[in-house]
Design a protein around this ligand. Structure first.
Ligand SMILES: Nc1ncnc2c1ncn2[C@@H]1O[C@H](COP(=O)(O)OP(=O)(O)OP(=O)(O)O)[C@@H](O)[C@H]1O
Ligand SMILES: [Mg+2]
Length: 377
């Protein structure tokens, strides 16, 4: 094929194609590149490829090439990866770059194929956002953020009001002479109302915590993997080493997959939040059979849980985080117990992270189908 013919073929390619020599000087620059970078081929032929890289990348590029030429150790050649490119107008954007090399009579040449990665980046970002939203919504479906805040705020003054009313009744009854029956009746009414309000709050809590599990045969590995994906999506999960050990002896288990995933997501999120910004960022997930139970463990490399936090850890609204609702562990524990299982913690500390353990009975049966549908009315 003649060179002119070859060039015209390259111009039909959807991907950007650049051929450069050992010094990074551009020899071939196809039509797709013109669109991608905003420079015409006539401007770019003979220039260094650094012209289409952001400054911090361009500074290193000469040393990348010379390192490769002396060590022969490829960082990108034959591998391909996502890098940053720079448009003529200064916009920096992600491209998927794969580089090959060829020995020619004119010396060694590098062939780069570039694909605009912005559509994928935007798509991935959107998926991450949606998933994060979903995790959040699943947690607070019935009791929304506002409801939980109100419940939290109301409980304390309500309890206090009841105590004052009880004390007032006692004082009145113990006082000199006949107590004023009207006042006692009014106080009794106030107490009944306060009690009613307290029981409404209690019911709101029970409502989110007690849903009958809809048991299905489920693969433990799939539950763990799906939860990992939901929990570690987006910035939160970046740069965390995840170790996953599932004993091959672990069988399928009849559980409500959505509810069990919710527990795992809560535990993994807590773990991810606690290792974020630390030097060591590791989460270990394990699954083993222990007698007639399945034990799933989520261990982190965080600081562990201080002794004084332990008693309230699984109680609702016990968050130490500014944005936390403090519902994750409370809901998780009640789901575990609803399944005939248990959620417990080894607090760690002294250089060890916390280890949460979810135990589930292995002998449960799937929910019968007639109980699964909600019957319509
Ligand atoms: N792996 C862990 N290591 C150390 N502390 C933890 C860990 N998991 C939970 N905690 C502590 O327990 C508290 C309660 O956890 P929980 O998941 O119930 O609520 P949260 O994460 O604060 O809020 P959210 O309702 O958003 O999950 C946390 O605020 C944190 O202080
Ligand atoms: Mg949490």
């Amino acid at each position: 094929m003649s060179e002119a013919r070859l060039l015209s073929v390259l111009d039909t390619a959807v991907d950007g194609i650049i051929v450069a020599d050992e010094t990074g000087c551009i020899l071939v620059y196809n039509k797709a590149c013109e669109k991608l970078f905003g420079y015409a081929a006539t401007e770019m032929i003979g220039r260094n490829v650094k012209a289409i890289m952001p400054a911090h990348f361009a500074r290193e590029h000469d040393s990348y090439i010379s390192n490769y030429l002396t060590s022969g150790e490829p960082k990108i050649i034959g591998i391909g990866r996502r890098v940053e490119a720079q448009h003529r107008d200064g916009t920096v954007f992600p491209v998927e770059l794969s580089v090959g090399e060829a020995m020619t009579p004119q010396g060694r040449q590098f062939i780069g194929i570039l694909r605009d990665d912005r559509p994928r980046a935007a798509y991935e970002e959107r998926v991450a956002e949606l998933q994060a939203e979903l995790v959040h919504m699943a947690r607070v479906t019935a009791l929304d953020e506002m409801g939980s805040a109100i419940a939290h705020e109301l409980n304390q003054p309500l309890t206090a009001a009841m105590l004052y009313l009880q004390a007032a009744t006692r004082r009145l009854k113990a006082g000199e002479g006949e107590p004023d029956q009207l006042v006692i009746d009014v106080i009794a009414k106030a107490m009944r109302e306060a009690e009613r309000a307290a029981s409404i709050i209690q019911r709101m809590r029970n409502f989110i915590e007690k849903r009958e599990p809809n048991r299905r045969w489920s693969s433990v590995a799939a539950l763990i993997d799906e939860a990992l994906e939901l929990a570690l999506v987006g910035a939160k999960g970046r740069n965390i080493e995840v170790v996953r050990r599932i004993d091959p002896a672990v069988p399928q288990i009849a559980v409500d997959p959505i509810q069990i995933e919710q527990i795992l997501v809560n535990l993994m999120r807590n773990a991810a939040e606690v290792v974020a910004g630390r030097e060591q960022r590791r989460i270990e997930i394990g699954a083993v059979v222990d007698g007639d139970r399945l034990r799933i463990s989520v261990r982190d490399s965080g600081p562990g849980i201080p002794q004084d936090k332990l008693p309230d850890l699984f109680k609702a609204f016990s968050s130490s985080k500014s944005s936390g609702l403090g519902l994750g562990l409370a809901i998780s524990k009640s789901i575990a117990q609803n399944h005939g299982g248990e959620l417990s913690v080894e607090p760690g500390g002294h250089g060890h992270g916390a280890c949460f353990r979810l135990d589930l009975p292995l002998d449960a049966e799937p929910t019968a189908d007639e109980n699964v549908s909600d019957g319509g009315s």
